[in-house]
Design a protein around this ligand. Structure first.
Ligand code: KIV
Ligand code: NA
Length: 265
């Protein structure tokens, strides 16, 4: 199957087919995602948390995103590949943003990039779009700003914040963004934003009315049974499966029943 283009995503949106997106950071999982009905892979800076073990996405570098995007690409031929622009790869200047986004396409072979923020990014997004770089926005809880927010919590909860978010979403669309992620906002607000726009919204902790949904792969597979914020659903319990398999191996090694004849030369 040919990789999904922004145009293909647009067609799904126009047909009101919900868009499916998961994060992915490596070849092995990318191959499994390829076998499933997933439209978009986000090589997310959530790799800072789930791959690198940091508390935030702040330490993730452009090199990290490029490295993981290349690994994902080799395992998956069908999904649209969206790469996150990490903290400080676009905030300091529009020139930086263009060069760094360019590197994600040239070296990472991503098809589009994602940036966190509202109206203040409009000029930058317009320039990136004009340069042929499809840009996805990200509003609501924007994890790169965790130190400014003072924690990870629901956004857009009062009228003023809700109006600002709606205004930001319009500004991103007007600047040329092809899609917007809405993270941790009330379902009613996400619905309002989705109805106000004519580009797709992708929700995470944003209720059922967005144009599509995204989850972090390791979260939705239940690879950490302790990590279950309200917006995460464990569609599998891989923690149990993996630990069980490791202990089965250890037991057989201790009992010297592995390897048996079948697994020996
Ligand atoms: O990095 C990430 O996983 C994300 C999603 C939560 C949208 O940005
Ligand atoms: Na991200």
């Amino acid at each position: 199957a040919r990789r999904k283009t922004t145009r293909a995503l647009r067609k799904l949106y126009e047909k009101q087919t919900p868009l499916t997106m998961v994060t992915c950071y490596d070849y092995t999982f990318a191959r499994l995602v390829d076998k499933a009905d997933i439209d978009i892979i986000l090589v997310g800076d959530s790799m800072g948390n789930v791959i690198q073990g940091h508390d935030t996405t702040v330490p993730v570098t452009l090199e990290d995103i490029i490295y993981h995007t290349r690994a994902v690409l080799r395992g998956n031929q069908s999904a649209h590949i969206l790469a996150d622009m990490p903290f400080m790869s676009y905030q300091a200047s529009t020139d930086d943003a263009l060069r760094n986004a360019g590197r994600l396409l040239k070296e990472g072979h991503a098809q589009s990039v994602k940036v966190e923020g509202g109206e203040e990014l409009a000029t930058m997004i317009a320039r990136m779009t004009a340069a042929g770089i499809p840009v996805c926005g990200h509003l609501g809880l924007t994890p790169q700003s965790v130190h400014a927010f003072g924690g990870f919590r629901l956004q857009g909860t009062d009228d003023e914040a809700a109006e600002r978010l709606l205004k930001d979403a319009r500004a991103l669309q007007d600047a040329g963004a092809f899609m917007i992620v809405l993270e941790m906002v009330p379902a009613a607000l996400a619905k309002r934003v989705t109805n106000a726009l004519d580009i797709p919204t992708i929700g995470i902790g944003a209720g059922p009315h967005t144009s599509g949904q995204v989850l972090v792969l390791q979260d939705m597979l239940g690879m950490n049974s302790d990590f279950k914020p309200r917006f995460v659903k464990h569609f599998a319990s891989l923690e149990n499966t993996v630990v069980g398999a490791l202990n089965a191996f250890a037991d057989e090694v201790h009992q010297r029943s592995f390897p048996d004849d079948e697994h020996s030369y």
